[in-house]
Design a protein around this ligand. Structure first.
Ligand code: FAD
Length: 262
């Protein structure tokens, strides 16, 4: 069984800054693996433990510095890594990102069974990339996945978290899943894993390698643009109360009654 795991590097900060072109400022900011992608990786690794002959290939689209993140994923048990990197990919919106990643998967791993993504990237936060890849590859997708039950080599039974409860879904391969948060604790690399990961080759894919042309990727291949980026200002000022539980309950009741009367 062949799994393509998609991971993104994000800035290691909650204080995201914007460039004059309304894109996220990434220079001079330390990067980390997107937190949802840690769960996506754990989901893939647990499947590898449950089923026989599972091979996980990690894909990331980003600059060369993403290589460190890929080595960490190899160190915890992923088998192969692909860095999709080319200056021509700069300025890609979610459509162009989805197209680029789907082309890379089709070129490198045409016989994949499952694509595993995180549900959101904490910087862009659109949750569009996974569904975009699935629709471009014309395969079923299951989003908001919490965990798998009953895996076999033909498909998965998955639990999805919805606003009003949980849903159980069965999906056949090939398909794509977006992981919200796994019930498993993400693992840490062991020293042998780190040593092995240093020896592994990371395949770099450029625009030509995956059969794209400049008008189909990067800024030119992006049908959307960010016209304005701003931080939302809260309409309400916070007030500090130093009171006990009972008083808090009374205060809340009073506030609710006041709100009902308005
Ligand atoms: P989500 O859709 O929220 O991510 C969900 C999941 O998809 C992730 O958990 C991960 O599994 C997968 N995924 C997402 N991105 C990647 C990736 N790169 N590699 C592998 N897997 C991934 N960003 C830049 O860095 N530079 C730019 O110049 C730039 N220009 C932009 C211009 C426009 C007009 C727009 C709209 C966006 C631009 N962006 C740019 C942002 C870029 O489009 C997004 O970072 C990207 O599409 C992913 O979207 P997201 O962050 O919302 O991820």
């Amino acid at each position: 069984m062949k799994i393509a795991l998609c991971v993104k590097q994000v800035p290691d900060t909650s204080d995201i800054k914007w460039t004059e072109n309304n894109t996220i400022q990434r220079e001079g900011v330390e990067s980390i693996i997107n937190p949802f992608d840690v769960y996506a990786a754990e989901f893939a690794l647990k499947l590898k433990e449950e089923l026989k002959n599972v091979e996980i290939t990690v894909f990331t689209m980003g600059p060369n510095q993403a290589e460190n993140m890929l080595r960490k994923l190899l160190a915890i048990g992923c088998d192969k890594a692909v860095l999709i990197s080319d200056k021509k990919f700069a300025g890609a919106d979610t459509y162009a990102t989805g197209k680029t990643i789907s082309h890379a998967i089709r070129s490198v791993l045409p016989d994949f069974d499952l694509i595993v993504c995180g549900q959101f990237a904490v910087d862009g936060d659109t949750a569009q990339t996974g569904p975009c890849i699935a629709s471009m590859l014309d395969i079923p997708q299951v989003t908001y996945v919490k965990k798998f039950t009953y895996p076999d080599n033909t498909g998965l039974t998955l639990e999805r978290e919805l606003e009003d409860g949980l849903e159980t879904v069965k999906v056949d391969f090939p398909s794509l899943v977006c992981i919200l948060q796994d019930t498993f604790e993400p693992r840490r690399p062991l020293i042998n894993g780190i040593k092995e990961a240093q020896k592994k080759e990371i395949r770099v894919c450029t625009m030509e390698d995956i059969g794209l042309t400049p008008e189909k990727c990067g800024l030119r291949g992006s049908p959307t643009f960010v016209s304005k980026a701003f931080r939302k200002v809260s309409k309400h000022d916070a007030q500090k109360y130093e009171i006990g539980v009972q008083e808090s309950v009374e205060l809340l009741k009073e506030r609710i009654e006041n709100a009902k009367r308005k």
